[in-house]
Design a protein around this ligand. Structure first.
Ligand code: AMP
Ligand code: MN
Ligand code: MN
Ligand code: MN
Length: 280
């Protein structure tokens, strides 16, 4: 029997995606997804719309969120799956980290202004449909539109990535808190795209241990945010550290994400999928 096509990491216009929750669910139906998680950054705003669209599209919706975490000087992302968005601990916690985004945006704009690039706060703000979720992706899109860089990647490489001149350090949630909010709302905590943090083996192992100690249950192995050659290594990490494995496109929208929901390779059969926790 073919495995169900689960895609457990995707964004909408409620954070930094380009498709509305409805458009995302319609796309998922076209690409053959059986169950999709909407995991917007630091907000569950889009889930209500997504639920209605899921019913119409005949796709199962897994309610999710992707929480920004500060682990030492490193920003980690923790995905919560099967969360209850009405749980007070989760909604309060997410509210507390969203609060800093406008102020951080002003600092990013000020740093760009020092480089002679003016008007980026208004430009990015106009592109953010959900103003409380103003993020670096909106700045990147604005810089592309303004002709300052040729594409999103270049905006990060030149200005917005850690270590670049318009990077503004920000304190997000504590790892233990983020996992606790997810679990208190009935969800499963998944470490997002662990290969993206570029950690040396010692720190990588420490991250996995801390995540486990905090109550984390799964790590993403096959994700649009890993290069295909990274899958084997994170598969090994999942098996060695006893984590369930997740799969998700980390889709942000047409023209920006090369991999559509449901189009990634399947998880290797040696792995226990995170959806074994709730499937059937
Ligand atoms: P923020 O939460 O505002 O710091 O924005 C983080 C988002 O920026 C991520 O979820 C990605 O969508 C995007 N991002 C971060 N780094 C890069 C990069 N190097 N290239 C493209 N997009 C990136
Ligand atoms: Mn994003
Ligand atoms: Mn992420
Ligand atoms: Mn993401």
């Amino acid at each position: 029997m073919a495995l169900d096509n689960y895609d457990l990491h995707n964004h909408s216009t409620r954070s930094d995606g380009l498709l509305s929750p409805t458009e995302l669910l319609e796309l998922a139906a076209r690409t053959g997804v059986d169950a999709i998680a909407l995991t917007d950054h630091d907000t569950t705003d889009g889930l209500e719309e997504a639920e209605g669209a899921a019913k119409r599209a005949g796709v199962r919706l897994i309610p999710g969120v992707e929480i920004s975490v500060s682990w030492g000087d490193t920003t980690l992302h923790v995905v919560g799956l099967n969360v209850d968005p009405s749980a007070p601990a989760l909604s309060k916690g997410l509210g507390s980290i969203r609060d800093g985004r406008i102020g951080r945006g002003e600092k990013i704009a000020a740093a760009l202004e020092v480089l002679g690039i003016t008007g980026t706060f208004d430009g990015a703000h106009a592109l953010a449909e959900n103003k409380s979720m103003l993020g670096r992706t909106h700045f990147a899109r604005h810089l592309v539109e303004a002709g300052r860089v040729k594409n999103i990647q270049a905006a990060f490489d030149k200005y917005l990535a850690k270590g670049k001149p318009a990077y503004v350090a920000h304190r997000w949630a504590e790892l233990a808190d983020a996992v606790e909010w997810i679990r208190a709302s009935g969800g499963v905590a998944v470490l997002a795209h662990p290969g993206r943090y570029n950690l040396k083996p010692m720190f990588r192992d420490e991250m996995l241990k801390d995540f486990r100690a905090a109550g984390g249950d799964a790590i993403e192995v096959v994700t649009g945010s890993h290069r295909p050659e990274q899958y084997a290594m994170w598969q090994r990490m999942a098996l060695e550290h006893g984590f369930l494995a997740s799969r998700g496109a980390d889709y942000h929208g047409p023209g920006e994400s090369s991999i559509e929901p449901g189009r990634l390779p399947a998880l290797h059969e040696s792995l226990t999928p995170v959806w074994s926790r709730w499937a059937h």
